[in-house]
Design a protein around this ligand. Sequence first.
Ligand SMILES: [Zn+2]
Ligand SMILES: [Zn+2]
Length: 252
Amino acid sequence: MDKLFARNRIKKLILHIVNIAVNSIFVKKCLICNMHLVYYFENYICENCKNEIKIEIDNTCKICSIQIPKGQDSICGQCLLSHPPYNRHISFTIYKDKIRKIILLYKLSEIQPLKHYISSLYLKIIDEYFKGKFDVIISVPVDSGRKRTFEPVSKISDIISSKTGAKHLKGVLVKVRSTKKQSSLNYNERIKNLNRAFEINSKEKIVNKRILLIDDVYTTGTTVKKCSKLLNKYAESVVVITLARSANLHLK
Ligand SMILES: [Zn+2]
Ligand SMILES: [Zn+2]
């Protein structure tokens, strides 16, 4: 038994040395903290950074996912006044620090292999909260005017589709006119900016379906609310997952 234990330890040590050697030769560094990647299975982001990115949904509204003060009811005042057009939205964490960097590297720098790690975060939410609660997946479409070949949210939805078996319906929810960037606008302007910006094609594909709507960042929620409202005309239900939400979502 002792011999076996010793042999395993030696094996582990050798593997560790090989990992360090290989990663030093190719000088792989974590894109977030710039530390050398030590292990062979580390790609782009080190294990330490990944371990810091956790589901943060304590003290959030059970419907819209905005932050609510500790000890208060589990549904925010705004949802009590008027239920949003989706059944529930869950955002993995708050848009800051490492997750913000990862989203920017993926979306703006187009480091496409990050899609695997990013989609694993969505899958954690699905596993914990939405398992068996949707039949099809729809991603929030990119702006037709700013259309690039890379559609980051759609790519993530493809992976989620392959892991869950739910079909990713493309071309059902479409953006029919170009709009200003939402981040440059205030709350009222955001709503106006997206008026009649989305449409549903082939509505028969979503009649009575339970939809999982995927987007990346939830700021005021205007985009997913507009999309959910349209989908909900035909669907049985709409649940939404985003990767990160604005920290100061306290109601404008
Ligand atoms: Zn790191
Ligand atoms: Zn709420």
